[in-house]
Design a protein around this ligand. Structure first.
Ligand code: FES
Ligand SMILES: [Fe+2]
Length: 384
């Protein structure tokens, strides 16, 4: 994030704090509870969001070397992303063209050819081309060029790798990332390292998981003993970034900046920079590290699955560094799993008991932007 942007946001936060307010939306907004429980809405989301939009697959550091690969099927589409021999990233449907077996799972290295575990058809990792068919006589008449792996659009940009789970046009990073691109350029994520990823399941609609992060109004009531001592309640600087958004929550240390020259202000150390990379990634620059939550629908509208990852600016090589980052991960898990999710689970259970609408306040502009963007995407494709 550029220095002038940090200065502008810090001044905005000081101004809001001094006036005992926060960034505000123009009006309150009513959100249908049905969107969190409806199978029809879930089905529409599956197509319009989890097939048609680029989704964050991983950070560059998770597949740094040629032959490194990572598999992901949380969107409902099995994807394999691989670092090719020239250093680019390719992505394919992780489905054999013979009879549909998955070619690989999890993550690994040294992949030059993908050999199907079922009947040993093999494919080139760099191109997806079908290389060999055992007992070729059985497939006389097929053109091997027609049976390569199906490529998926992929971009690697400033340390992030996005894949769209449906084939089609290339992803334009400038258009897709919108003004998030400016912030991203300054974070140096190409140099980051992966510390840990935990996979969670929760009895919550996937949107309710994202909602958890999108306001600071609940900190002092719900998190009085965990994160409320660290962050200001009901204070945020909000910025829409096209479909994405940025919500800057201020740490209580932010006032330390007031006595320093502006050019030395490091806002990132004194805030939690929460972004939503639409539709399903919560991306949080947490002072000295990055957390990502990649949230997906579960088998029903009342369930979700998520990848929670922690990335660090330096590789973790010492035991004391490992303990430090593990402590960060544990605090995050403790806060969310013991405070946010139990409460949200009750909300989810009670949606069908009282089908009035939820109210998003003027002091919850990030929630409003997120849900208005969701609605526009669903409606947009409805009209096709
Ligand atoms: S399903 Fe892959 S080789 Fe048969
Ligand atoms: Fe919370």
């Amino acid at each position: 994030m550029r220095q002038q942007v940090q200065i502008d946001i810090a001044k905005r936060i000081f101004d809001l704090k001094d006036n005992q307010t926060t960034d505000l939306a123009d009006n309150v907004y009513q959100q249908s509870k049905n969107d969190y429980i409806s199978p029809e809405v879930a089905q529409q989301e599956q197509q319009n969001l989890f097939r048609d939009l680029p989704l964050l697959l991983c950070l560059s550091c998770e597949i740094p070397e040629p032959g490194d690969y990572i598999c992901d099927d949380f969107s409902g589409v099995p994807i394999i992303g691989v670092r090719t021999s020239n250093g680019d990233v390719a992505a394919y449907l992780n489905i054999c063209r013979h009879r549909g077996a998955r070619l690989a799972c999890d993550k690994g290295s040294g992949l030059r050819q993908m050999r199907c575990p079922y009947h040993a058809w093999s494919y080139a990792a760099d191109t997806g081309n079908l290389l060999a068919v055992p007992f070729n006589t059985g497939f006389e008449g097929i053109n091997k060029d027609d049976f390569g792996l199906l490529p998926l659009p992929v971009i690697e940009h400033d340390g992030l790798i996005f894949v769209r789970p449906s084939a089609g046009d290339a992803i334009d990073p400038t258009q897709f990332l919108n003004t998030f691109n400016d912030d991203l350029a300054g974070y140096g994520l190409s140099q980051y390292s992966h510390f840990e990823t935990r996979v969670l399941e929760a009895p919550l609609n996937w949107k309710l998981v994202v909602d958890t992060f999108l306001e600071t109004y609940h900190l002092s009531a719900l998190h009085s003993k965990t994160i409320a001592p660290l962050l200001h309640n009901n204070l945020m600087a909000f910025e829409p970034m096209g479909q994405h958004l940025r919500m800057v929550a201020a740490r209580k240390t932010i006032d330390d900046l007031r006595s320093m020259p502006e050019q030395q202000w490091d806002l990132i150390l004194h805030t939690a920079m929460v972004y939503v990379l639409f539709p399903n990634t919560v991306f949080i620059m947490q002072g000295d590290h990055l957390e990502t939550w990649r949230v997906y629908p579960g088998a029903t509208p009342n369930e979700s699955r998520m990848h929670v990852s922690l990335y660090t600016p330096e590789p973790t090589v010492t035991e004391s560094a490992r303990k430090h980052w593990k402590k960060n991960m544990d605090l995050l898990m403790a806060t969310v799993l013991s405070e946010d999710f139990p409460l949200a689970t009750n909300i989810q259970q009670d949606f069908s008991a009282c089908n009035n609408k939820m109210l998003f306040g003027r002091n919850e502009p990030a929630l409003q932007h997120y849900h208005k963007t969701l609605t526009a995407n669903l409606r947009c494709n409805h009209d096709k």
